[in-house]
Design a protein around this ligand. Sequence first.
Ligand SMILES: Cc1ncc(COP(=O)(O)O)c(C=O)c1O
Length: 285
Amino acid sequence: MTSDFFAIDGRVMPAADAVLPVLDLGFLRGLGAFETFRTYGGHPHALPAHLDRLWGTAALFGVAPCFTDADLRRVVARILELSGHDEVRVNLVVSPGDHTSGVFGAEKPRWVVIARDLHAPPEAWYERGVTATTFRGERPSVHHKTTNYLCGRTGLQAAEVTGAHEAFYLNAADEVTEGVTSNILARFGTTIRTPITTCLPGITKAGLKPLAEAEGLRWEEGPLPRADLFTADELWITSAVREILSVVAVDGQPIGAGTVGPWAKRLRIVYQADAIASAARDAKN
Ligand SMILES: Cc1ncc(COP(=O)(O)O)c(C=O)c1O
């Protein structure tokens, strides 16, 4: 039997007991930094990178690091022990804590660990690929991962009406910048092109870069005009839980052959092997 356990400020409890005060500024003013990561072999993956990015986002609303890598590892290990899950996906949220005075006054930041059964994406997605649509928009604080997904919600809702899995932000220059919950990469022959200044610095994507280069692909960071998508051989999205997933059509038009390409399959294998090894290595240090 498995059941969910979450943690507030490092205290692990059954999910149903994990309740926040209504004065939390994450709730009242939308001030929240968050990260999603997963475990491989029961060990958190890329935790140092996720924590770096988390503290970069929390600094936007004046919150300094309030727990350590070791604190978080202890919490995740305890949750795995209590829950019976083999692997978890973790949503880690930091807020300024409870409102005290003025508009944004708070004294003690709060951190919440929501660790649920991994529920890896269905293999059919990797065999057949998924589709995406585009929508006009730019995420506020684009280099940070805040809890504000209001802009993305519009795009994703429109995508879901058409049965698409992801929605791509389209900026004023008609470039696709990022997905609502993913980074975008396109392969043209032996070159991968991916936006860099107009999107969240994705940790999955950063992890993929040296692996792709070691496989002989050239990595090019720069704008990705929407029109170029339709001349690409393959198009992928990356995120911590989906790893590397092929997008075979955008706005109803096929990408490349309209099927999952050989490099998506190859890179997913290489990425998974590296993730398993690096999570185990980090856990020992
Ligand atoms: C806007 C956005 N871009 C990219 C990503 C992928 O980032 P990562 O690879 O660090 O999971 C996410 C993940 O949720 C996201 O929300």
